[in-house]
Design a binder for this molecule. Structure first.
Ligand code: B12
Ligand code: SF4
Ligand code: SF4
Length: 339
């Protein structure tokens, strides 16, 4: 007799797809336990957790391409972040009730992933990227995000821990299957928040992954519209330059957001998490894997669609002083040859 409830596994996957999930997979709680530290494992948030249902929602390519062209990040803020989180919440809620009706417990976690810093700064309730990798849907790109062959970086994920014995993935993707090591992600990060010289090393699912550490405080300044460096050359660049405070208190963060930020950035649709901030997301928008995946799906050639002349915004050249040949270094991290 199978250890898993095969029928329920199929039902859950079908239900998630019918609700509009772009991708769906199942991760084994055991595989995740290997990759996550104590207090942040599935069983720490749901006692008796056996598997995690993982869903993704694709960020429309148009929302990303308009950012690459320096025109606006308004579309990404909503359809790549705040509204997409609501869609993830919808999936979490529906799937949770669906599985509970079969007699198993679940923990619906909101799409945003956590109240950042509520338990440990930079840590959510359960890392959805690890879930996506353990579900065999994705692998880690050098930007630290979970990349899929279908969409590259251009998606948000959600993990739903459950006690249901669902059949988990037993095949996992290697980083080289999704990431080509170009390091465009690091070069386009306006705050040098992605530390790639000493990458994070993670062992999970029988593999060793290496990827950039995202420094939360540096990324926050960009994602909150507190710097003129957000979009060099873009028309919508905010006219502020708030200094980075090491380990800011909650009161300092609040003051920066309400008193020091360019008022035009307080858009009501974005009122989640960053109090109406503009998100950065350049490490997603400029990730080659997402752009290439889009081209594979487009019916017209890149030239015909007008996306050929993108990549228009300035790169941060400091990466070259840190890593003289970024692509060669990136490929070395992935265990690939130089070309
Ligand atoms: C906290 C958080 C952040 C923080 C910190 C990120 C981080 N690396 O920890 C900040 C604010 C920087 C951030 C930024 C962004 N985020 Co975010 N974020 C999260 C959140 C809520 C939790 C992540 C988590 O639990 N991490 C915990 C640990 C286990 O994972 P880890 O990051 O791999 O491990 C790091 C630490 O362990 C640390 N570390 C390890 N050892 C040591 C030792 C020492 C001494 C120190 C100091 C640190 C350290 O370094 C590791 C590598 O960075 C998730 C939602 C979720 N629940 O998953 C979204 C999530 C990861 N974010 C997401 C996105 C899209 C973004 C942004 C693009 C948002 C934007 N600005 O537009 C950027 C991208 C930055 C990047 N390239 O990584 C998506 C990723 C989707 C994808 N395709 O992979 C997620 C999954 C949300 C979602 N629902 O989809 N994020
Ligand atoms: S979201 Fe922006 S600031 Fe944050 S790591 Fe990505 S590119 Fe850098
Ligand atoms: S930009 Fe290049 S190196 Fe960075 S994650 Fe994407 S494919 Fe990998």
């Amino acid at each position: 007799m199978s250890l898993y409830n095969e029928k329920l596994t199929l039902k859950v996957k079908e239900y998630a797809k019918n609700l509009g999930a772009s991708l769906v997979g199942i991760a084994s709680a055991e595989v995740l336990n290997e990759g996550l530290e104590e207090d942040f494992r599935p069983e720490d948030v749901l006692p008796g957790c056996r598997s995690v249902v993982v869903v993704s929602l694709h960020i429309p390519d148009g929302s990303m391409e308009i950012m690459r062209r320096g025109i606006a990040n308004y579309s990404y803020n909503l359809f790549g972040y705040t509204y997409l989180n609501r869609e993830l919440d919808f999936l979490a809620y529906r799937l949770s009730n669906f599985i509970e009706d079969f007699g198993y417990s679940t923990l619906p976690i909101p799409g945003r992933g956590c109240a950042i810093g509520a338990r440990k700064p930079g840590y959510g309730m359960l890392s959805f990227r690890h879930c996506a990798v353990a579900a065999g849907l994705a692998s880690f790109g050098l930007n630290g995000l979970a990349l899929t062959p279908q969409y590259g970086s251009r998606q948000r994920f959600l993990g739903l821990p459950t006690t249901a014995p669902l059949r988990p993935a037993d095949k996992f993707m290697t980083p080289a299957e999704v990431c080509d090591g170009c390091l465009e992600c690091v070069a386009h990060c306006p705050s040098q928040a992605l530390e790639i010289k000493e990458p994070h090393v993670l062992k999970m699912a029988g593999q060793t992954f290496k990827f950039a550490r995202a420094i939360p405080n540096k990324c926050r300044i960009m994602a909150s519209g507190l710097s003129t460096k957000v979009w060099p050359g873009a028309k919508f660049n905010p006219k502020v330059d708030v200094p980075v405070i090491e380990d800011p208190t909650a009161a300092e963060v609040y003051h920066q957001l309400w008193a020091e930020r360019d008022g035009r950035l307080r858009v009501l649709e974005h009122s989640e998490s960053t109090f109406g901030a503009t998100n950065c997301g350049r490490c997603m928008a400029f990730c080659t894997a997402g752009h290439e995946a889009m081209k594979r799906r487009l019916l017209k050639s890149e030239k015909e669609t007008g996306y050929a002349d993108d990549n228009v915004l300035a790169k941060d050249e400091t990466i070259k002083s840190l890593v003289p040949k970024p692509k060669a270094y990136g490929r070395q991290l992935l265990g690939l040859s130089e070309n």
